[in-house]
Design a protein. Sequence first.
Length: 355
Amino acid sequence: MSRFWSPVVQTLTPYTPGEQPQMQRLVKLNTNESPYGPSPKALAAIDGQNNEGLRLYPDPEGTALKQAIAKLHGLDPKQVFIGNGSDEVLAHVFAGLLKQNKPVHFPDITYSFYPVYCKLFGIDYKVVPLGKEFEINLADYKTPNGGIIFPNPNAPTGRSITRSEIESLLSQNKDSVLVIDEAYVDYGTESCIPLLRGSDCPENLLVVHTLSKSRALAGLRVGFAVGHPALIEGLERVKNSFNSYPLGRLAQAGAIAAIEDQAHLEQSSAKVMQTRSKLVDDLNTLGFETLPSTANFIFTRHPQHAGTKLYQALRDRGIIVRHFKLPRIEEFLRITIGTNEQSGELVAALKEILA
Ligand SMILES: Cc1ncc(COP(=O)(O)O)c(C=O)c1O
């Protein structure tokens, strides 16, 4: 604490990211990174920029990256906004689109960065409780709001809704922006990006993606948002009032190559989904109750064993998962899907702990 902190800094409760431990030989299943490497083409493209050209600033607009994203998703480059990780994109979304006269709505159990941005930017928010089975009930969002945001699939639950459900939410919510955070969309969730194609693009739907998960580039820090060109223009105004060069040359080059290598993404996502379904079966055999997941993580609890204890017992065995000390979800563990081998180690450790 310093007397020089501004009043807002004194009130902040910053987001706590999942731990990045320095211990060697641990099974790291706590921050939903990919267990497989990035596209070799992305690594080669990054190497290709590692030269004296780095003395020059990068393209502030990221034109080539926007073109690659637009091409992949069948959009116009004017519909694409890029940022230093989707966390930065989300920050600009809160500041530029969700700070309105009415409160922004999001689920009670969701990505815990959302309320942090609200505090930082002085945005009023209302949490909408998930249903009994941790599902999103669209009818609960039929109230006046200054914007709606949730991840699909939701985090940390892993549960998703369909594109047509999002379409129906959109048709009942015409006076504020609906933001769908599709950080984990590539593991079996229907993306709503197709709704943005062509002249029928809704003026109030924004979809946010990251290259940190299915494209295995969490260390590069690249995320993007797609939507109506007028929404994107608003985000550009915020970005250019904050940092004109959020993505360096290495990040832009690596991201373009990664976006172009769809085959690599599909292969690694398929492996993650296979491992997920085997892990869910194995945990089921051990008596765990797991929510249906279309993400690269699962949310699971054991009726006879406390979440904190399981978390600690795994940690003592060098296996790191995520545990949230929050109402409604204290008994759950969020476990990132790793390799088959890591899953095997996790299941073996849990067997030992339960015994
Ligand atoms: C739902 C959700 N959105 C966004 C992010 C941010 O990802 P990044 O800033 O790495 O793009 C995360 C990261 O865990 C997330 O879980």
